[in-house]
Design a protein around this ligand. Structure first.
Ligand code: AHR
Length: 506
């Protein structure tokens, strides 16, 4: 029997405007994300730059807004100069982060050309692992200075006549992690990030800078790391980063479906820590969160014996085949990010193609949408206007990892210009449906425009090369608006979307 739950929404109660940057993604030189992912000269759909046209089409359909590049762990040993200039003269290097061979055939200018074609904003990460301040400002001069200096003229000589004008910069990657090349203590990193950020701001005070927060909430240094790093960088950066990956452990579906409870607590604790540092520094600035790595990730090859013994180009690393269950969890994580739009003002799903990805490809073969593609694409397309400060009245569900958690996870947006409301709801119960009701009286009533659900009797169903549309959103079987109330039966372990035109009684 269904449990009853209600979501209350009202146009007067708002969290923040929908920030398009929350629908960002991540391209790392890891596995086949770049090579045979977005870049494959000779592929039947490749354009004159070697970019796969089938992948570009899917990236546009996915609706991603920003792309973090080029790593990830990769960036902490990367020399950006290796990836510019004539391709035939670029060095081939070992990438110790992912134990692979990097040909550098794809680098900075290729990425910027690709980003323009994909219509996404770049978010560039700099190497603060094996390198530092000088290389960071050299890179900035190369990318952003118009002309007339050695490095800006070098960019022009490399075929990029206009400056790239990159606005968002990550000051390193996961520097709290012992696996990171050049891993540092919080004080060492905080000092380096502050010095580097200050130098970058001398170049351009309007840049938006991200300091590294914790690699996960489970890190032993979590909390203390953020506090120390922000004590050094509070006046210099705009964001502190957060990273989180989740996975199904055994058959504990309930805990997995409640993963966003952890993300929710993570966000609240980083906000509290940042505001505490701001209070101690008597600062009126507010540091927001760039949740610039998040996803479901099973890390199978990393946990079972490590990376491959042989050094190869573009190995098949972390090529997840995402299930229905994974899609529901990804939808729930995105709901949580959006619900925190007042403080999470940028986010990047990790990653875009092949590695931990929404999009999969085969070399010289097809590209297809993974199950997790769908909730992301629909939320990116239909979230508009203001994120509403909703109230949830729902029973709780016991979980082994997170204790009792609310049965539902939900967010709603309201676009007053269009008179549209979008409600996204996850039923976390692994085996029982839930009855949802949402009164639309505050909006002057409403009518249902579209309702879809991602759910399946087989929670392990996945999209594959041979069956690329096995998991797709389906028309919602039960959603309706009666007497100004949206009602729907939410299947067990489901992600649901309801699009409404409101004000219809006015
Ligand atoms: O996204 C995969 C890896 O996960 C990134 O390189 C690293 O930053 C994180 O640990």
């Amino acid at each position: 029997m269904s449990q009853q739950a209600s979501v209350s929404i009202d146009p007067a109660f708002v969290v923040a405007p929908v920030n398009r940057r929350v629908f960002g993604s991540f391209v790392e030189h890891m596995g086949r994300c770049v090579y045979t992912g977005l870049y494959e000269p000779g592929h039947p759909t490749a354009d004159e730059d070697g970019f796969r046209g089938d992948v570009l089409d899917l990236v546009r359909e996915l609706g991603v807004t920003t792309i973090r590049y080029p790593g990830g762990n990769f960036v902490s040993g990367y020399r950006w100069e290796d990836g510019v200039g004539p391709v035939g003269e670029r060095p081939t290097r070992l990438d110790p982060a992912w134990r692979s061979i990097e040909t550098n055939a794809f680098g900075l200018n290729e990425f910027m050309t690709w980003a323009t074609k994909a219509d996404v904003e770049p978010m560039m990460a700099i190497n603060l692992g094996t390198r530092g301040l000088q290389e960071a400002i050299d890179l900035l001069e190369y990318t952003n200075h118009p002309q007339g200096t050695t490095l800006s003229d070098l960019r022009i000589a490399h075929g990029a006549a206009e400056p790239h004008d990159i606005r968002m910069w990550c000051l390193g990657n996961e520097m709290d992690g012992p696996w990171q090349l050049g891993h540092k203590t919080a004080s060492e990193y905080g000092r380096l990030a502050a010095e580097t950020g200050r130098a970058m701001r001398q170049f351009d005070p309007t840049l938006e800078l991200v300091a590294c927060g914790s690699s996960s909430r489970a890190m032993p240094t979590f909390g203390a790391w953020e506090a120390t790093v922000l004590e050094h960088t509070y006046d210099v950066v705009d964001f502190i980063s957060a990273h989180a990956y989740y996975q199904l452990d055994g058959s504990d579906h309930a805990s997995f479906l409640a993963s966003s409870v952890d993300m929710d607590r993570f966000i609240d604790q980083v906000v509290a820590t940042a505001d505490h540092v701001g209070a101690r520094l008597k600062s009126d600035r507010r540091i927001n969160i760039s949740f610039d790595e998040w996803n479901v990730w099973y890390q199978r090859e990393l946990s079972s014996g490590g990376l491959p013994a042989d050094w190869t180009e573009a190995p098949r690393t972390s090529e997840e085949a995402y299930t229905v269950l994974d899609a529901v969890v990804v939808g729930s994580l995105l709901i949580t990010l959006l619900r925190h739009s007042d403080r999470v003002t940028a986010a990047s799903q990790a990653q875009l193609v092949n590695t931990i990805s929404s999009i999969r490809t085969e070399p010289n073969g097809p590209a297809w949408r993974q199950s997790i593609f769908h909730p992301f694409a629909l939320m990116a397309k239909h979230s508009a206007g203001q994120v509403l400060d909703l109230r949830l009245d729902a029973p709780t569900l016991p979980t082994t990892k997170f204790g009792d958690v609310p049965l539902l996870d939900s967010v709603a947006t309201y676009d007053a210009d269009d008179g549209r409301v979008a409600v996204f709801v996850v039923n976390r119960h692994p085996s029982e449906p839930a009855s949802l009701s949402t009164a639309l009286g505050g909006f002057g009533g409403g009518e249902l425009v579209e309702a879809v659900v991602i759910a399946d009797d087989d929670l392990t169903a996945a999209n594959t090369q041979d069956d690329p549309d096995r998991v797709t959103p389906q028309p919602h079987p039960s959603a309706r608006v009666v007497d100004g109330v949206l009602r729907a039966e939410l299947p067990p372990a489901s992600w649901n979307m309801f699009l409404l035109r409101v004000g219809t009684l006015a």
